[in-house]
Design a protein around this ligand. Structure first.
Ligand SMILES: [Zn+2]
Ligand SMILES: [Zn+2]
Length: 281
């Protein structure tokens, strides 16, 4: 339900889309979702590898999405006897202004579904590298007490603040888009100083997690179980065990009792990682 190819996501995936599908068939897949990243529309949203010729990089994104849909429809028909291909895209919530674009993309008759994902805090990538992660953290810490040098030194409160911001922006995305599938729910852990920490000790963070889970349950959304976290060195996939358990405990009760009446379906391993395509997210 969540896959990328090097053909249409050249920055961080490998292989032609058709080769990925053929490999999935050899592995015995009978259904697969295609979800290349949506096109971005602002220069500030480009990644470092796209900055040599930023205008050209940006101008290439929308035509690439159109080419992806055309190729996906061709492959869907061609391989229909062997595999059921769903055509989707990964919607990126960089800022609320992307709501209308995601809506327009989702309205295309070729599209079966989209994944709602958050890869940014305050518009800064959280999963690209440590430098961007530090910038995202700095963008979220304005309310923290500072030392005489004006710096916030302890990483714990800095990360706590950033986690809160991440789950608030994720909530904005959920309310605006109601995505049928929520991508890598706790991606914020990837570059954390302690990705395995029990976040229940951060009351504000945990309340936000519970709020977001309840909202997804309220409209019947699904969380994906995304194994890219394991490939990148984390001990648990997205979502981590703690969050996955919340979504599957039937007596879990928040004020509206949504989770007890609408249990989540936590999907199986959704990130398709063929041998050669070892760098997908
Ligand atoms: Zn992805
Ligand atoms: Zn993603």
């Amino acid at each position: 339900m969540h896959s990328h190819s090097g053909q249409f996501c050249p920055g961080h995936a490998k292989d032609q889309l058709e080769d990925v599908i053929k490999h999935a068939i050899t592995l015995g897949y009978t259904t697969m979702g295609l979800t290349e990243h949506m096109p971005r529309t602002a220069l500030e949203d480009l990644y470092p590898e796209e900055l040599d010729e930023p205008e050209a990089s940006l101008a290439a994104l929308a035509p690439r999405h159109a080419a992806y849909l055309k190729e996906a429809l061709r492959l869907q028909a061609l391989y229909a006897p062997q595999i059921s291909l769903l055509i989707g895209f990964e919607g990126e919530w960089m800022r609320p202004a992307y709501e209308s674009l995601i809506g327009e993309l989702a309205a295309d008759p070729a599209i079966d579904y989209f994944i709602g994902s958050l890869h940014h805090v305050n518009g800064v990538p959280i999963d690209y590298d440590k430098e961007y992660y530090a910038r995202a953290m700095a963008s979220a810490e304005t309310a923290l007490p500072r030392g005489e040098d004006g710096e916030v030194s302890d990483v714990e409160p800095r990360e706590e603040k950033m986690y809160e911001r991440y789950y608030d922006q994720q909530y904005e995305m959920l309310v605006a888009l109601r995505p049928r599938i929520v991508g890598h729910f706790d991606l914020i852990r990837l570059m954390s100083a302690d990705p395995g920490r029990d976040v229940r000790r951060w009351r504000g963070v945990w309340e936000r997690i519970e709020r977001n889970l309840a909202f997804v349950a309220s409209y019947g959304g699904w969380l994906e179980c995304n194994s890219s976290a394991l490939r990148k060195g984390l001990a648990e996939p997205y979502p981590c065990r703690l969050i996955a358990e919340v979504t599957t405990i039937s007596e879990f009760d928040i004020s509206s009792n949504l989770l007890s009446t609408t249990p989540f379906a936590v999907l199986g391993v959704l990130h398709y990682c063929p041998v050669k395509a070892s760098k997908l997210l």
